[in-house]
Design a protein around this ligand. Structure first.
Ligand SMILES: *Cc1c(COP(=O)(O)O)cnc(C)c1O
Length: 466
């Protein structure tokens, strides 16, 4: 399988190189040159498979000959055995034909574990083969940092440095990062805000001289193709569990950077019958505004009860724009260069096509609280604020009640106890048993000034073979 850039100028790469690359050299994102397509008969034959067997069937065409089949199977078995539920992605019924798929049974209690548990193993495998080492450098305002750290904790060829804004992440989120043990794990609390952290990461990628040429930086943010790939699997899993592919499904997806829902769009293109995909956003609703009025325009960042969806632009949306423009990289390049300067629109017929593919809704904090309370009263089931937005949007946008509507449950409610309390539910969400002692575990992190030279010097001194 070859991968090409959405901006049409960077060289095509194979799977291994795409894994180790962040942005393409032309500023675009890598996508498969062509997608595998599965017949209904083939998908039907996957009924009853374990999650990791299904994952192999769905992902193998993307990995191709980069990893021998037996090694890849073993890697997937290991990856999905760390999830605390046997079904890995269990479904919970809310109402007739309405479901939540719990994607938060992994080590850090958010769906990002599905991709990052695999990504850590993929990286280590490829680096072992190539006798290389990488330093993962990332900035986090919450979920991604802990999932990336958990994903890399056992990697021999990876050191990971995660920057978070000092005293500006929730205590659960901080502890999920700082209590993980491992010589290759380095948490840096920067005396600044999230944007400061992100800027330092970006600048470091642009100039890696501080590493002295002895190792190189790698990115695990949501534009990494392997993360999207891993997220395609659970759409197949949910469908097969509810009578697919012989009936079609609807999915509602709490959306920030458009990664998770883009995976659903790919599942559909690969042959899975999906009749509706709902983009569910919070007040940071650039995607909903685009879908409703064909205007793609950045607004100021709003802080909401669903912080993992607080974004100004959705980086993976570029991958959809590439398809909407008939895979014309030049057109995407021009469009996004203009979008950085002000509002843009696309041709009407292209926008109408996007509207056929997706419905959308934006849900504010009050409605988020209302639906958390309502579902708790009716079902004695606690939603986290991100999943709550998905359920609200699913109900607002639903087209056909005979089609199962599945909301992706992206986080465990115990990660966001304040939002649950704010909704008026008096029950406190409990951390699962494997994390019950989180508040007693020893933390390890270093506080550094908001100064890139100091941060880079710290990294240069502390990676394994420095
Ligand atoms: C990251 C995240 C999202 C958004 O996912 P995208 O792939 O960026 O759209 C939603 N909910 C939770 C809990 C998350 O951590």
């Amino acid at each position: 399988m070859r991968y090409i850039s959405t901006r049409g100028e960077a060289p095509a790469l194979g799977f291994e190189d795409v894994l180790l690359t962040g942005l393409a050299t032309d500023g675009g994102l890598y996508v498969p040159e062509s997608l595998p397509h599965f017949s209904l008969e083939e998908i039907r034959s996957w009924r009853g498979l374990s999650y990791s067997e299904l994952a192999f069937n769905v992902m193998h065409p993307f990995v191709d000959d980069a990893i021998p089949a037996d090694d890849f199977r073993k890697m997937l078995d290991e990856t999905y055995s760390v999830f605390s539920h046997k079904a890995v992605a269990p479904l919970v019924q809310l109402d007739s034909n309405e479901w939540v798929m719990e994607l938060f049974r992994g080590p850090t209690l958010a769906f990002k574990d599905f991709a990052l548990q695999l990504l850590g193993r993929l990286l280590d495998y490829v680096l072992e083969k190539r006798k290389q080492h990488v330093v993962i450098m990332g900035a986090t305002s919450g979920d991604t940092g802990s999932a990336a750290i958990e994903g890399c904790r056992r990697c021999e060829h990876v050191d990971i440095f995660i920057l978070h804004p000092y005293e500006r992440v929730s205590e659960v989120q901080r502890r999920q990062m700082t209590t993980v043990k491992g010589d290759n794990i380095h948490n840096i609390a920067v005396r600044g805000n999230f944007d400061d952290c992100q800027r330092m990461v970006k600048e470091s990628f642009g100039n890696q001289g501080f590493l002295g040429g002895k190792t190189q930086l790698a990115a695990v943010n949501s534009i990494n193709w392997a993360r999207i790939m891993a997220q395609i699997v659970y759409y197949f899993q949910a469908s097969l569990a509810l009578g697919g592919p012989d009936r079609s499904m609807a999915f509602s997806v709490p959306t920030g950077n458009f990664g998770d829902i883009f995976a659903g769009y790919l599942a559909k293109k690969m042959g899975l019958p999906i009749s509706q995909l709902v983009i569910a956003t919070n007040r940071n609703d650039i995607l909903h505004r685009f879908m409703s009025g064909n205007k793609y325009e950045q607004h100021k960042l709003e802080h909401t009860l669903s912080p993992s969806m607080d974004i100004m632009v959705s980086s993976n949306f570029e991958r959809l724009l590439f398809d909407l423009h008939g895979r014309d990289g030049q057109a995407v390049k021009t469009l996004l260069e203009n979008a950085a300067k002000g509002p843009v629109s696309i041709e009407d017929y292209r926008w109408r096509h996007a509207r056929k593919l997706f419905d959308s809704d934006a849900v504010d904090d009050k409605s988020t609280c209302d639906i958390i309370r309502e579902i708790h009263e009716q079902n004695e089931y606690l939603l986290d604020p991100h999943t709550a937005i998905g359920v609200r949007a699913a109900r607002n946008c639903r087209r056909d009640r005979s089609v199962p509507m599945i909301t992706l449950g992206t986080a465990h409610p115990a990660k966001f106890p304040d939002a649950v309390a704010e909704s008026g539910v008096t029950v406190k969400p409990q951390l699962p048993a494997h994390m019950a002692d989180l508040f007693e575990r020893e933390e390890r992190y270093t506080v550094l000034d908001n100064n890139i030279a100091g941060v880079q010097e710290f990294i240069a001194r502390h990676w394994k073979n420095a």
